[in-house]
Design a protein around this ligand. Sequence first.
Ligand code: PEP
Length: 250
Amino acid sequence: MSAPVPLIAGNWKMHGLGPALSEARAIAAGAPAAGVRLALCPPSTLVERMSAALAGSAVSVGGQDCHPEVAGAFTGDVSAEMLAEAGARMVILGHSERRATYAESDEIVASKVRAALRAELEPIVCVGETLADREGGRTLDVVTWQVRNSLPQDLSGRAFTVAYEPVWAIGTGLTPSLADIEEVHRAIRDTLRDQFGPAGAEPAILYGGSVKPANAAEILAVPEVGGALVGGASLKAGDFLGIVAGTPGL
Ligand code: PEP
């Protein structure tokens, strides 16, 4: 079975007004023709405009979250169908900021994954340990538990991506050692094979947490690292494309 095509996805979080679309256009203009998939996940308010701005380019657009239901009395929420209608092709789910701020459990994340599949969106499902988990020696238990419980069997035969994001590495400038990244990614791959059989070899497993141009190449070269989920450094085209340039084989 061939290795998954690497994916470099940018998570803009709650950043970006209309003028920021120029950065997205610059990323599309500098995107390699092959060898890597690129995606940008702006705030919901920009999904439709970014999709129009990047139409025909090599850069996909994604959402940052979705509600499990198609529609209803859920003030402030956005459904997977709404994201898809606005032009999204993928959606980040279970980001640690949502798990922490909105108490999103693995079960809630799994229900959102089902919603994404219903709307034909590729889920990017985030997992990762806290600093207390790592210092307590619980990293592999926590991460493999999250994988098992956030990824429903409905994903069998469907396109999806997992992002390993140590909570303590997000936005802090800290990163795990390359050996630690490899250990967790191998554990995730083993869990995916256990859950989905041979098809568990197919999904890309992204690393996320303080990826920048200076460390991208060494992280992206770690076995089982199939790309990156990038927060802060995805807001500027030069930084994001500097990370993309670190993709092995480009
Ligand atoms: C993220 O929020 O998914 C992330 C990886 O952030 P940063 O790259 O800023 O650490």
